[in-house]
Design a binder for this molecule. Structure first.
Ligand SMILES: Nc1ncnc2c1ncn2[C@@H]1O[C@H](COP(=O)(O)OP(=O)(O)OP(=O)(O)O)[C@@H](O)[C@H]1O
Ligand SMILES: [Mg+2]
Length: 309
């Protein structure tokens, strides 16, 4: 559906995007994951034809969007990172305004606004002024505005930043529901939990570059040896530590906070062996905590830094 090929964007001496390539297939919920300044919004602005790249190509259904921007503009709904609403108008009036921008009118527009109010869960508040809305409600209305013209491709730029958990959950559910209805989605975030939960394909960006992409399972393969296991025994000492170090696949075992924390390359089989070693030494296990590798670990592994500050 959408191919991004070797995209570069400089703002003066700032290299915002440096050689970004990825492909979004019809039906995807495609995650763009990266910390502040990674180049996510710049990439999105280019895909939305709001910004010309310094070089590189974007193909929508096989055609270059900078030679003919009509097809992508017709099919694209965009939820910008910064809320684009008129605070002194009601939710309804805002949707009327955006509907007119998209060329919708009359009873067709009214019907669509009523559907949208349902989808984003604002039915009861749609006649209230937007400056009386909570942050989460504004976000939801912002999403509604992007849906008015029935887009085939929806791009959401960090739609859950700074909002209450209830609105956040509502937005995540909406994303899944819209995707079920056939809308392809590009979802930008620096919350790896959201991207893990929603996205079937993930592109991790940092400092303008793609550092990894693929399915979540493929990305996690990159750090599969990094399962972290923390065990508390009734008594922890060097003797039990050394015996755990003998287990094949265990590395970097240390006594931490009166327990033992180790890394291993296969969490599931390690557990049985850890329990066996404990029994052998007559130790009782009080707790075991297994942390499977996640996207945070992938990011740390590839960049040497945490995804969030
Ligand atoms: N219009 C602009 N003029 C100058 N520099 C810009 C402009 N837009 C973005 N940048 C710079 O480009 C880099 C990438 O910014 P971008 O907004 O694309 O990152 P982002 O991944 O969306 O970050 P965030 O999570 O903070 O939204 C940053 O260093 C930013 O300061
Ligand atoms: Mg951004």
């Amino acid at each position: 559906m959408l191919k991004i090929k070797n995209l570069y964007k400089n703002f003066g001496s700032i290299k915002a995007v440096e050689g970004v390539s990825f492909e979004v297939k019809k039906g995807d919920i495609y995650g763009l994951l990266g910390p502040n300044g990674a180049g996510k919004s710049t990439t999105i602005s280019i895909i939305s034809t709001l910004l010309q790249p310094t070089s590189g190509e974007v193909l929508y259904e096989g055609s270059n969007i900078f030679l003919d921007s009509k097809p992508i503009r017709r099919d694209l709904g965009i939820v910008p990172q910064d809320i684009a609403l008129y605070p002194t108008l009601t939710g309804y009036e805002n949707l009327l305004f955006w509907g007119n921008v998209y060329g919708l009118k009359g009873s067709q527009l009214k019907k669509r606004i009523s559907e949208i109010s349902d989808i984003v869960g604002l039915n009861e508040r749609i006649k209230d002024r937007v400056d009386k809305y909570s942050g989460g409600m504004k976000r939801r209305l912002n999403i509604g505005a992007a849906l008015l013209h029935m887009p085939k491709l929806l791009i959401m730029d960090e739609p859950t930043v700074g909002i209450d958990p209830q609105s956040r959950n509502h937005i995540l559910d909406t994303v899944l529901e819209l995707n079920k209805q056939g809308i392809t989605i590009i979802y930008t975030s620096h919350y790896m939990e959201e991207v893990e939960y929603l996205c079937n394909q993930i592109c991790i960006m940092d400092e303008g570059k793609v550092i990894a992409l693929g399915r979540k399972s493929e990305l996690v393969e990159l750090v599969k040896e990094k399962t972290q296991i923390s065990i508390r025994f009734d008594k922890t000492d060097v003797c039990v530590l050394n015996s755990l170090k003998e287990i094949r696949g265990v590395f970097d075992a240390n006594i931490v906070d009166e327990g033992i924390t180790l890394f291993g390359d296969n969490g599931d089989t390690l557990l049985a062996e850890i329990i066996a070693k404990a029994t052998e030494h007559g130790r009782r296990i009080e707790s075991i905590d297994v942390k499977k590798p996640n996207l945070e670990a992938v990011f740390l592994h590839l960049t040497g830094k945490a995804l969030r500050d």
